[in-house]
Design a protein around this ligand. Structure first.
Ligand code: ADP
Ligand code: MG
Length: 338
C-alpha cells in the first residue's frame, strides 16, 4: 500500500515556522532584513506587548508590485536568487524565500506596499490564508504589520518568556542591525515610546554612541587591517572597559550580524594578558570579503556562517586588534630599584 504524500504548503510553512519564527525578535529580524535588502534608508519598527501583540515595520525601500505583494508569501518565492550560481555569491541578507510564508502561517498580516510605478497594494493574510488583496494609493515603500503572534499555535505562545525578556531580545537585535547598517536611519518604539533612534549618517561609532552612550563611545579605539582576501575594521574597548558577557561583542560579515566562537576567541587572544580573568571586551568587528568566500546557508536563521581561509582571517583580526591595543595601552613602567 502506498501511504506517502507530499504535504500541502500550509503544513510545510508551519513546520518551517518552527525554525524561522522562534520569538518576536526573529520576526523583527526577517522583516527588517527585507527592508534593508529593499535599499531602504529609513526603517521604523513599532512594537506592542514586546511584539507579541503587534510588530509594524515601515520602510521607504523599493516596494513591491501588486502581483509580487501576494507572491512574496508563497513558499520558496524570492527576488534575491535565481540559480545555484547565485547561491554561492549572496549579497543580500535574505535568499531562502521562506520567511514571509512562515511568518504568515502563524500570525495575521496586513501589508501595504508600492513600487512607485504602479498603484499600491494592500494585502491581508490570516494563518497563511489570503483574506483580501486590493489596490490602494500609497507612497513608494512597504509597511507591514504582523499581529497576534502564534494565535494558531498555542504551544509556541506559551513558550514565550516575559514581555521584558522578549523586548530585550528585540532591542539587542535592532541594536545590531543598526550597527551593521549605520547608513540607515532606524527607529524602534514600544507602545510609541522611543527605544532607539539612529541618524543614518553612516558613522558606526555614532550608532554605537546612540546605543551605549557617548561616554563609552569616546573610550573605544579603532582598528583596521587587511590580507589578500579580507578587510577587517571596527572598534574595541580598552582593557579597563570590560564586561562579563559576550553580548557586547558584535560581529558583522558583509553587513550581516553573525555569531562565531572562533572569531570571539581571536578577539580575546588579541587582548592577551591585558584582560582580567572572566572579563570580555566590548567590540564591533566588521569583516568584508568576496561573498564567494562565505557560506551563510548553514541554518534558516542565517546567523552562523562558514568562511573560507578562516585561519588567515582569525590571525588578521587578532593582529589588527592587538596592534591597536598596544598603541593605546599605557603600560606602567617597572618600578626601578636604586
Ligand atoms: P527572502 O528575503 O529570502 O527573499 P522573504 O520571504 O523574506 O524571502 O521575502 C520574499 C520576497 O518578498 C523578497 O525576496 C522580496 O522580493 C519581497 N519583499 C519582502 N519584504 C519586502 C520589503 N520590505 N520591500 C520590498 N520587497 C520585499
Ligand atoms: Mg527575507
Amino acid at each position: 500500500m502506498n501511504i506517502i504524500k507530499v504535504m500541502d504548503d500550509l503544513l510545510s510553512n508551519k513546520i518551517a515556522a518552527g525554525e524561522v519564527v522562534e520569538r518576536p525578535a526573529s520576526i523583527v529580524k526577517e522583516l527588517v532584513e527585507n527592508s534593508i535588502d529593499a535599499d531602504s534608508t529609513i526603517i521604523e519598527i513599532a512594537l506592542e506587548e514586546a511584539g507579541l501583540m503587534k510588530i509594524r515595520v515601515t520602510d521607504n525601500g523599493k516596494g513591491m508590485s501588486s502581483v509580487d505583494a501576494v507572491q512574496s508569501f508563497e513558499r520558496h518565492a524570492t527576488s534575491k536568487i535565481m540559480n545555484e550560481h547565485d547561491l554561492f555569491r549572496i549579497r543580500t541578507l535574505g535568499f531562502r524565500g521562506e520567511a514571509l510564508a512562515s511568518i504568515a502561517s502563524v500570525t495575521k498580516i496586513n501589508l501595504w506596499t508600492s513600487d512607485g510605478e504602479t498603484t499600491g497594494t494592500e494585502v491581508h493574510i490570516e494563518g497563511g490564508h489570503l483574506i483580501s488583496h486590493k489596490s490602494a494609493a500609497l507612497r513608494k515603500g512597504t509597511d507591514i504589520t504582523v499581529s497576534q503572534l502564534f494565535y494558531n499555535t498555542p504551544a509556541r505562545l506559551k513558550y514565550m518568556k516575559t514581555i521584558q525578556t522578549e523586548l530585550g531580545h528585540t532591542i539587542g537585535l535592532v541594536n545590531r542591525l543598526a550597527l551593521s547598517h549605520p547608513e540607515i536611519a532606524f527607529k524602534l518604539t514600544h507602545y510609541s515610546q522611543t527605544i532607539l533612534q539612529t541618524s543614518g549618517s553612516g558613522d558606526q561609532l555614532r550608532v554605537f554612541s546612540d546605543i551605549y552612550g557617548i561616554g563609552l563611545a569616546k573610550k573605544m579605539i579603532s582598528f583596521e587591517g587587511s590580507n589578500a582576501d579580507y578587510k577587517v575594521s571596527g572598534y574595541v574597548s580598552l582593557p579597563e572597559q570590560t564586561r562579563a558577557s559576550r553580548n557586547y561583542i558584535t560581529l558583522m560579515v558583509n553587513g550581516r550580524w553573525v555569531k562565531s566562537y572562533a572569531i570571539d576567541r581571536a578577539i580575546l587572544d588579541a587582548f592577551h594578558t591585558y584582560l582580567p580573568i572572566g572579563r570580555l571586551p566590548i567590540a564591533i568587528v566588521n569583516i568584508v570579503g568576496d561573498p564567494i568566500l562565505t557560506d551563510v546557508n548553514v541554518h534558516p536563521s542565517k546567523q552562523q556562517i562558514r568562511m573560507s581561509k578562516e585561519g588567515e582571517l582569525l590571525s588578521l583580526i587578532q593582529e589588527a586588534i592587538g596592534q591597536a591595543i598596544r598603541q593605546n595601552v599605557i603600560v606602567p613602567s617597572a618600578v626601578k630599584k636604586e
